[in-house]
Design a protein around this ligand. Structure first.
Ligand code: AMP
Length: 303
């Protein structure tokens, strides 16, 4: 089993979806990711929170085997705060607030034993921080990265640097179009692969339509796990990435063929996450219990 290191946001969210509204709930890309990945593999987290971040969530993360030595808590400062409102289709959302707070001045410090991590997940966070953490490690066997429209607008050249240093880049279709200026996501994917020679795979999240993955030679489409009801899509992307990277870590096989199976695990993980608000859905997720979903995916995609 390979060890995963994640750097990403640790946040407090206010979320409104057609299914309801919650305020001051735990969130952040690194929190969703590590809870999802911890079901498959060991995860170390690097990030920062203020003293307002609930202690019981950190305790819960530890019960899931997540090593939080690299999670700094800054006394007297406020945690990263984000607020979003989803449209009726649940795929599109408006960001109502992004307050960097403690993230603004964060300088990541890596415990010595994290420096030889085999898989690094650069979750959605300020791209300078993604690059800083990457530079502090001995080159991991696999670097997977993610970003978000906020950083594509605010620091596109740094985002491009992160992708150029990654083996796998995960992005959603609208952000991919925003990054490339293309209006067709397949053409945009071709462009990114041409421009980023290190990339072994590009994974495009298509919301409720699933996943498109390519290594430049082969293409793979996977539907989303069919759900009749969604409570809260926040963190679906990070939970997908957690299941995806977690499965790769568990299997130790980083071929494109195995990444397809990892996409299935990622999609099932994401389906648990969106079943409830904030991280609640991930509390019920156990990889030992998802054989049914796995079989359903097989049935759905064979003809
Ligand atoms: P996702 O729905 O996968 O985009 O992830 C949502 C999570 O990302 C929320 O819990 C937010 O706290 C966090 N988030 C939102 N905006 C940002 C940002 N600009 N940088 C880092 N994390 C963010």
């Amino acid at each position: 089993m390979k060890k995963i290191l994640v750097v990403g946001s640790v946040g407090i969210d206010d979320i409104e979806t057609p299914s309801g509204k919650v305020e001051g709930v735990p969130g952040g890309s690194a929190v969703y990711f590590s809870l999802a990945a911890s079901m498959f593999s060991a995860v170390n987290i690097v990030g920062v929170a203020g003293s307002d971040f609930p202690r019981d969530i950190i305790d819960f993360m530890q019960t899931r085997g997540i090593d939080t030595k690299g999670l700094e808590i800054v006394d007297g400062q406020k945690t990263f705060r984000w607020s979003g409102r989803y449209h009726d289709d649940m795929d599109n959302r408006d960001t109502l607030l992004t307050e960097l707070n403690v993230l603004e001045t964060f300088k990541p410090k890596l415990p010595e034993e994290y420096k030889n991590s085999e898989i690094l997940f650069l979750a959605n966070i300020k791209p300078d921080l993604q690059l800083e953490v990457l530079d502090m490690l001995n080159r991991p066997e696999l670097v997977i990265s993610d970003t978000m429209n906020f950083w594509i607008y605010n620091d596109p050249s740094k985002v491009a640097q992160v992708i150029r240093k990654s083996d796998v880049f995960i992005i959603n279709d609208s952000e991919l179009l925003l990054m490339t200026g293309e209006n067709n996501f397949l053409a945009a994917a071709d462009r990114i692969l041409e421009e980023c020679s290190l990339l072994k795979a590009l994974i495009v999240k298509l919301g409720k339509f699933g996943i498109y993955a390519t290594d430049g030679k082969e293409e793979f489409f996977l539907p989303a796990f069919p759900l009749r009801q969604v409570a809260d899509p926040t963190g679906a992307g990070d939970s997908f990435a957690g299941g995806f990277a977690g499965y790769l870590a568990k299997s130790g096989d980083f071929t494109f063929q195995n990444m397809k199976t990892a996409c299935v695990y990622g999609s099932i993980t994401a389906s648990y996450s969106v079943n409830d608000f904030s991280i609640e859905g991930l509390k019920d997720f156990d990889v030992e219990d998802i054989h049914e979903e796995f079989e359903q995916f097989k049935k759905l995609t064979s003809f």
